[in-house]
Design a binder for this molecule. Structure first.
Ligand SMILES: [Zn+2]
Length: 339
């Protein structure tokens, strides 16, 4: 345990630097694969070449925020990209009891730290200016909350399309594209196994299988490998999986949050296989059918499928905004207004 804690402390500055998942090209691929998975009856304005280019560009937006020096932004943005799932055990918060409410979870985590400080890595305040070291990540919440924003955008778009001006419709459509693109980043993060584990920059703690502890392992999987093997959207697009409506069996928790957790858990199941692949040498640049290339391609496809499904579910489930409708109807001239 002592060694594990030392290792975690040593990794904290690197964690802050390296968690970018897929780099810009990989994130673009996930957003493009998601577009390829949309059904024919999804709104056409999303599928124009200009809109597709904008959605692909926005895949990198939350990483661009990471380049700014402003500490409040870093504090808010960084933890949205990952979840160190093993640390939920240390906090004694089981996955099936995880609250869909971000700040409820943050309070639970804080209480767990206060009750059992010995279970958590010691934080060096000099290396934690943005105060993110005490957090273990908010990825499930960033995806779920962005889904809510997209559903809201589709709701008011549907109302503006009926009762609004052309300018209002154009603005609402621009907002839909923005949220679709930005949320794609986080969904893409969720398909990178090193974004859902405490072993994000090489294996930490007990290491009976002698997995790599190379701190740049994360950066290599994020983009180095994709660039070296020239993995592209064009190659993967024919295998893009169609969007599906996300449903959850139980109603005692937000269904999208539950679906997102299932998605991230499936990614977490790939953490050890990824480390094993590294041991075999398969994560060195290789032929198109090399196991490492197949593995990374599958993760990008999974990300695209989940994103496409979140987009489709948000669109289909969005009811027209009833409050907005009443407001728009009030401003429309009626016959009684006419002299
Ligand atoms: Zn990210």
């Amino acid at each position: 345990m002592h060694l594990r804690r030392l290792a975690l402390v040593a990794l904290l500055p690197l964690a802050a630097l390296d968690c970018r998942a897929w780099d810009y090209p990989g994130h673009r691929i996930v957003n493009q694969l998601a577009l390829a998975g949309l059904p024919a009856d999804f709104p056409a304005f999303v599928k124009t070449p200009e809109a597709a280019a904008r959605i692909a560009f926005l895949a990198g937006e939350p990483d661009r925020w990471r380049n700014a020096p402003d500490l409040p932004l870093q504090h808010e943005n960084k933890p949205d990209h990952y979840l160190d799932m093993e640390d939920l055990d240390d906090a004694d918060i089981p996955l099936d009891k995880l609250s869909e409410f971000r700040y409820v979870f943050a309070a639970q985590l804080s209480a767990a730290r206060a009750a059992h400080p010995e279970k958590f890595a010691v934080i060096n305040p000099d290396k934690d200016k943005d105060h993110v070291a005490e957090l273990i990540g908010f990825l499930p919440w960033s995806i779920t909350e962005n889904y809510g924003k997209l559903k809201s955008a589709f709701s008011y778009l549907k109302t503006y399309e009926q009762y609004g001006t052309p300018e209002e419709v154009a603005n609402a459509r621009a907002n839909v594209l923005y949220v679709m693109g930005v949320m794609g980043h986080y969904v893409g993060d969720g398909s990178q196994p090193l974004h859902v584990t405490k072993h994000h920059n090489g294996w930490v703690g007990d290491n009976p299988h002698h997995y790599t502890t190379w701190a740049r392992f994360h950066a290599w999987i994020d983009g180095g490998f994709i660039a070296k093997t020239n993995l592209t959207e064009t190659e993967l697009a024919p295998r893009a999986k169609p969007a599906r409506i996300l449903e959850a069996p139980a109603a005692d928790r937000d269904p999208i949050f539950t679906a997102v957790l299932a998605y991230l858990s499936a990614t977490h199941a790939q953490v050890e296989p990824l480390y094993k692949l590294d041991q075999t040498g398969a994560l060195k640049p290789g032929a198109s059918d090399a196991p490492g290339r197949v593995f990374i391609g599958e993760q990008l496809l999974r990300g695209g499928e989940m994103l496409s499904s979140l987009w489709l579910t948000a669109y289909r489930k969005a009811e027209p905004d009833a409050y907005l409708r009443t407001q728009l109807l009030k401003r429309q001239p009626t016959t009684s207004d006419t002299p």
